[in-house]
Design a protein around this ligand. Sequence first.
Ligand SMILES: CCCCCCCC/C=C\CCCCCCCC(=O)OC[C@H](COP(=O)(O)O[C@@H]1[C@H](O)[C@H](OP(=O)(O)O)[C@@H](O)[C@H](O)[C@H]1O)OC(=O)CCCCCCC/C=C\CCCCCCCC
Ligand SMILES: Nc1ccn([C@@H]2O[C@H](COP(=O)(O)O)[C@@H](O)[C@H]2O)c(=O)n1
Ligand code: MG
Ligand code: MG
Length: 220
Amino acid sequence: MLNKIRPALGRVLTPVGQAVARTGVSPNAITVIGTVGVAAGALVLFPRGEFFWGTMVITAFVLFDMLDGAVARVTGKISAFGAFLDSTMDRVADAAIFAGLMIGLYRGDQETLAGVALYCLVSGVVVSYAKARAEGLGYTCNVGIAERAERLIVVLVAAGFDGLGVPYILAVALWGLAVLSTVTVGQRFATVYAQARPGAEAGAGNGAQNGAAKTPEPRP
Ligand SMILES: CCCCCCCC/C=C\CCCCCCCC(=O)OC[C@H](COP(=O)(O)O[C@@H]1[C@H](O)[C@H](OP(=O)(O)O)[C@@H](O)[C@H](O)[C@H]1O)OC(=O)CCCCCCC/C=C\CCCCCCCC
Ligand SMILES: Nc1ccn([C@@H]2O[C@H](COP(=O)(O)O)[C@@H](O)[C@H]2O)c(=O)n1
Ligand SMILES: [Mg+2]
Ligand SMILES: [Mg+2]
C-alpha cells in the first residue's frame, strides 16, 4: 500500500540524497550501515526490555533504507548488486527487529506474545520470499496489505508506545500483524496463481516450471 507513495517520497528524498552524496558515502555503505544500526538497536536494546530507546535507534537507522536508493539514483550508482544487497539486508534487519522483540517479551514473562512475535518474523520472511521467488520466475507480485513499510510502521509505533507504558498496544499490534502478514501471503499466492495457472497467459510459466526466469527481474 505505502509503495504507492514512493514517487512523492522520492521527490522529498532526492535533495536529501544529493546532500548525502556530497559526503562521498556510497549507496552500498549506506545500506550496510543502516542494517548494522537496526540490528544493533534491536538485538541490544529490545532484549533488555528497552522498547522505547530500541525503537528510536531502529527508526533512525531504518530510514537509511530509503536513502540508499536515493543516493544510488542521484550518483548514477544504481546497480544490480546494490538491489540484491538492499533486499537481502532488509531481511536481516526485519529478523533482528522481531527476534529482539521476541527475546525481550520472553524475558518479560510474556511467553505467548513472544510466540506471536516469532510468528510475525516467520510470516514476514514468507511474504518477502514469495515476492522474490515470483519475480525470479518472471511474475509480478507487488501486492499485499502488509508489505515491509506497513509492517515496520505498525511494529515500531507499537513498540515505542509500549516502551512509554501504553498498555495492550504491542499485543494488539503483534496479533494484528500476524493476521495481516498471513493475509498478505495469501494475496501473493493468489496473484502468482492468477499469472501462473494453465491458460492464464499464452506461454506463461514455461520457464517457471523449470525454475528459470521468464523475464529478468525488473530493476530500476
Ligand atoms: C513514542 C513512540 C513513537 C514511535 C515512533 C516510531 C516511528 C516509526 C515510524 C516510521 C518508521 C519508518 C518505517 C518505514 C521505513 C520503511 C523502510 C523501507 O522499507 O524503505 C524502503 C521501502 C522498500 O524498498 P525496497 O523496494 O528496496 O524493499 C523491498 C521490500 O523490502 C520488499 O519487502 P516485502 O514487502 O516483500 O516484505 C522485498 O520483497 C523486496 O525485496 C525489497 O526490495 O520503500 C518503501 O516501502 C516506500 C514507502 C515507504 C513509506 C514509509 C513512510 C515512512 C514515514 C515517514 C518517513 C519520514 C521520511 C523522512 C525521510 C528522511 C530521510 C533522512
Ligand atoms: N545499495 C543500493 C541500494 C539500492 N539501490 C537501488 O535502489 C533500489 C531501492 O531503493 P530504496 O531506497 O527504495 O530502497 C534498489 O532496487 C536498487 O535499484 C542500489 O542500487 N544500491
Ligand atoms: Mg533501500
Ligand atoms: Mg532495503
